[in-house]
Each structure stands twice: as C-alpha cells, then as structure tokens.
Design a binder for this molecule. Structure first.
Ligand SMILES: Nc1ncnc2c1ncn2[C@@H]1O[C@H](COP(=O)(O)OP(=O)(O)O)[C@@H](O)[C@H]1O
Ligand SMILES: O=C(O)C1=C[C@@H](OP(=O)(O)O)[C@@H](O)[C@H](O)C1
Ligand SMILES: [Mg+2]
Length: 205
C-alpha cells in the first residue's frame, strides 16, 4: 500500500511515483562516501526529517548542532549568549568539516551553516546537499513552539524570520537538490527526499 500518495508537496520532480519503488541499497551505494546534507531555514525539518531519513536508508544520522553542543559542553543558546555568534560560527565550520569526513551518513546542519562559503565548499566536495524549502507561515508555526533558537529570541521573531529567509534563500537555492515540504507527516517528506535522490543519482524513481 502506498501510504503517502496524496501528499501536498508539489512541485517536486519526483511527484506521482511511490518511494517504495526505490531500491534503497542501490541508492545508498550510489552515494559512495558522500553525506546527504540537509540545509534550510530554522524549522524546515532538517533535524527531525534527517533522523527519519537516516533510519529509512540505514545510515548514521548526525546533527551538527548536537555535535557542537557536545564539543563545547554547552547548549547552542549558551554558546550564543556567552561567546557570541561569530564564535559559534567558527565552531560550526570546524565541526561540519570534521563530520563530512565520516560519510556516507545523513547530516542535519544548523540553518546558518550553509551561508558560510567555506562550509558550502566542504559540502560540495564531500556531500550531496538538499534544501528543505518551506514557506514562512509553516515555519513560523513550527518555531513558535520552542524557544531554543537564540536568533528568534527577540521582540520581533517574525520580522527576523522574514529577513533571514530573504537573505538566505538565494544561498539555500545553491544546494544540489530542493525538496518542498508543506505540513505533511515527516515520513512523507522522507518519501519525497528518497524519490528526489533516486532521480538525481541514477534517474530512476
Ligand atoms: N514535515 C513536517 N510536518 C510537521 N512538523 C514538522 C515537519 N518537519 C518538521 N516539523 C516540526 O517542526 C519543528 C522543527 O523541526 P526541526 O527538524 O527541528 O527543524 P530544523 O532542524 O530544520 O530547525 C519540530 O517540532 C518538528 O517536529
Ligand atoms: O539559522 C541559524 O542561524 C541557526 C539555526 C539553528 O539550527 P536549526 O536550523 O536546526 O534550528 C542553530 O544552528 C542556531 O540557533 C542558529
Ligand atoms: Mg535542527
């Protein structure tokens, strides 16, 4: 049975076919040592969808923010408040460069990581980047639920989000692949990623 035939995720190149037709072993083999790297704005689903994508593909999952927190023994919020954003960004570049040596795996980046030229270039060399593209309303509804994102902890989180999306979307658009997701179950986004990857890697869904 195809569970997610009627996802509202158009337009994606792989629409209309079931992810259950994809040979996942073949797909993973075609990655070689490359990591699947999820990029996009805060709340687009990199961490939660990434974890499920890794489970589906039988790959390790790694979240750059969690690795940064582990290395610093501090939360992302604490790093921002005690050391400032530039300090976080340089740690983020180093950690992602290190993690990219460990592929194949699924790597969820933090929303600002792909904006770094150095990180984009590392990802280009060692990864396959996927932009999880979402609209403003969807993403605001998601990020309002949690206060773990220091960049949005200010009197105008909506204005900040609009500004960040406007600045960053042209950069996210440089990712090799784009998957658009609306408010559908996480597993439906995973389906769409699998189909998009299969199309890209060997032209077959
Ligand atoms: N496709 C989806 N449908 C519904 N909720 C989602 C979807 N993707 C993510 N979410 C929710 O949005 C929130 C942010 O997701 P998260 O994976 O942490 O985003 P990111 O890592 O990109 O900031 C979480 O509560 C998550 O469950
Ligand atoms: O967009 C950003 O600059 C950030 C996104 C966060 O990750 P998520 O995108 O996983 O929320 C985290 O890295 C930090 O709060 C900064
Ligand atoms: Mg995340």
């Amino acid at each position: 049975m195809k569970k997610h035939e009627n996802t509202q995720m158009s337009p994606n190149p792989a629409d209309g076919r079931g992810a259950d037709t994809v040979d996942l072993k073949h797909l993973v083999a075609a990655l070689g040592k490359r990591s699947i790297v999820l990029v996009g704005i805060m709340g687009c689903g990199k961490s939660t969808v990434g974890k499920r994508l890794a489970q589906r593909l039988g790959l390790e999952f790694v979240d750059a923010d969690s690795e940064i927190e582990r290395a610093a023994n501090m939360t992302v919020s604490e790093i921002f408040s005690e050391h400032g954003e530039p300090y976080f960004r340089s740690g983020e570049e180093r950690v992602i460069a290190r993690l990219l040596q460990e592929g194949p795996q699924v790597l969820a980046t933090g929303g600002g990581a792909f904006i770094s030229d150095a990180t984009r270039s590392e990802i280009e060399t060692n990864g396959l980047s996927i932009w999880l593209k979402v609209d403003f309303e969807t993403v605001m509804a998601r990020v309002r639920r949690r206060s773990t994102r220091p960049l949005l902890r200010n009197p105008d989180p909506e204005g900040t989000m609009r500004k960040l999306m406007a600045e960053r979307e042209p950069v996210y658009a440089q990712a090799q692949l784009t998957v658009t997701s609306k408010d559908v179950p996480h597993e439906a986004v995973v389906d769409q990623i699998v189909l998009t990857l299969a199309d890209h890697l060997y032209g077959q869904g």
